[in-house]
Design a protein around this ligand. Structure first.
Ligand code: NDP
Length: 444
């Protein structure tokens, strides 16, 4: 469709050198033509042009001092992409690869993901090119305090509520929250993923990984199948990967491989998750240490080889573009039946095409990993209401949300004549709510 094509071309022209942002926008816009055709008023209102342009981009200097007294300067970002349906919401990523293109792709995805949860949250994302790896606790604290000393002006419990992402877990959220509270003198739900003693929610730590498995379970159930006895590969060994593994194992699956950015472990009898947790959560070590504890497992340098291990279900849970067309073809050849994205945009556009053409059930990130932000929104509800729900209550709400996301994207795909195309279904189901709200607000 000409209008959609034009918006995409202009986006590429006006935002050069932002390949990840182009990739996410291409994936989203290429599926929206049928909705825009049905609603000619969107073109007249410049809706798509506004949708792909962030409401606000904040970039700032983050100076901090290391343990030896040396001064470092990193770049800080917060992209407040779209607040049509609620306050901006989305994580902070601390990783040396972070740049504006990556934060904008994540922010754009986040708008539709948050809409899909059915909860009133807009889309945003932020972070820094700071590398937490190898830093002492004191250095992490120094960095987080400096980061929040600028960020506090732009966020707030009803304005913008960041959370964690790669490199930002409970420790970092604690330091960021402490600095916000100190500057603003208010104890409010300005961040989610907080500790349980200061406003956090049960299940938030587990939410993205558990949610990923719940939605995959629903896809299996719809085909008369289950996780029981399935061989599963999970990339990454961080927050999302660990809890996806925990839930998949509890449903009877055998998770045989995981990785970190150095290499992967293959344990054909099934990963011992307690060992992984001890290495990653307690000692903040490297995954290769697993083979010292579990002698029959093997470790291989490099990540890509993980996708050559035969499996029924692949759950990429590390980072963007970790599965390219070549890896996708190998997975298909080895018999993969389900691919559900725990990470954001882990499959390239070409890999998605391979999966879809081969009849693999492909659950895209914005639906499959929405459990994290959904539980963040539940944390916000508990904060505002001064309530504290039990693990079972939050877990049940999370499961319901993931099941309804599955059916909403399934229904949208069917309605637009593309049954089983969950990329299209998720984009359309998420977009319609945001578009309707944007139209109601006038040209803003
Ligand atoms: P963590 O920092 O806890 O873990 C990230 C994992 O991925 C680590 O094992 C890390 O290895 C690995 N990794 C990171 N970058 C690369 C790379 N370039 N190549 C290979 N491995 C890499 O992050 P999360 O688990 O929180 O996030 C993982 C993914 O899930 C991200 O895409 C994130 O955006 C997405 N996500 C997270 C949510 C959450 O609630 N946390 C919510 C929704 C999505 P190493 O330790 O060696 O760096």
């Amino acid at each position: 469709m000409k209008y959609v094509q034009q918006v995409l071309e202009n986006l590429k022209k006006n935002n050069p050198n932002e390949p990840e942002f182009h990739q996410a926008a291409t994936e989203i816009l290429s599926t929206l033509a049928p909705v825009v055709e049905k609603h000619p008023e969107y073109e007249a209102a410049g809706l798509l042009e506004r949708f792909v342009e962030p409401e606000r981009v904040v970039m700032f200097r983050v100076p901090w001092v290391d343990d030896k007294g040396k001064v470092h300067v990193n770049k800080g970002y917060r992209v407040q992409f779209n607040s049509a349906i609620g306050p901006y919401k989305g994580g902070l990523r601390f990783h040396p690869s972070v740049n504006l293109s990556i934060i904008k792709f994540l922010g754009l995805e986040q708008i539709l993901k948050n809409s899909l949860t059915g909860l009133p949250i807009g889309g945003g994302k932020g972070g820094s090119d700071f590398d937490p790896k190898g830093k002492s606790d004191r250095e992490i604290m120094n960095f987080c305090q400096s980061f929040m000393t600028e960020l506090y002006r732009h966020v707030g419990a009803d304005t913008d509520v960041p959370a964690g992402d790669i490199g930002v877990g409970g420790r970092e959220i604690g330091y960021l929250f402490g600095q916000y509270k100190r500057i603003r003198n208010e104890h409010v739900g300005v961040l989610t993923g907080r500790g349980l003693t200061y406003g956090g929610s049960l299940v938030r730590t587990e939410a993205t990984g558990y949610g990923l498995v719940y939605i995959t379970e629903e896809a299996l159930k719809a085909r008369g199948d289950s996780f029981e006895g399935k061989t599963v590969i999970i990339s990454g060994s961080g927050n999302v990967a660990i809890y996806a593994c925990e839930k998949a194992q509890s449903l009877g699956a055998k998770v045989v491989a995981m990785y970190d950015s150095d290499g992967y472990i293959h344990d054909p009898d099934g990963i011992n998750l307690e060992v992984v947790k001890d290495i990653k959560e307690v000692k903040r070590g490297r995954i290769k240490e697993y083979v010292k504890k579990v002698k029959k497992a093997i470790y291989k340098e490099g990540c890509k080889g993980i996708w050559t291990i035969p499996c029924d279900i692949a759950l990429p849970c590390a980072t963007q573009n970790e599965i390219d067309a070549e890896s996708a073809k190998i997975l298909v050849k080895n018999g993969v039946k389900y691919v559900a994205e725990g990470a954001n945009m882990p499959s390239t556009l070409e890999a998605i095409e391979v999966f879809q053409k081969s009849g693999v059930v492909f659950l895209p990130a914005k639906a499959a990993n929405a459990g994290g932000v959904a539980t963040s929104a539940l944390e916000m509800a508990q904060s505002s209401g001064r309530m504290f729900w039990s693990f079972e209550e939050v877990d049940a709400k999370l499961k319901n949300i993931m099941v309804s996301i599955y059916h909403n994207m399934e229904d949208a795909a069917k309605e637009y004549g593309c049954e089983g195309n969950y990329v299209l279904g998720a984009n359309i189901a998420g977009f319609i709510k945001v578009a309707t709200a944007m139209m109601a607000h006038g040209i803003v």
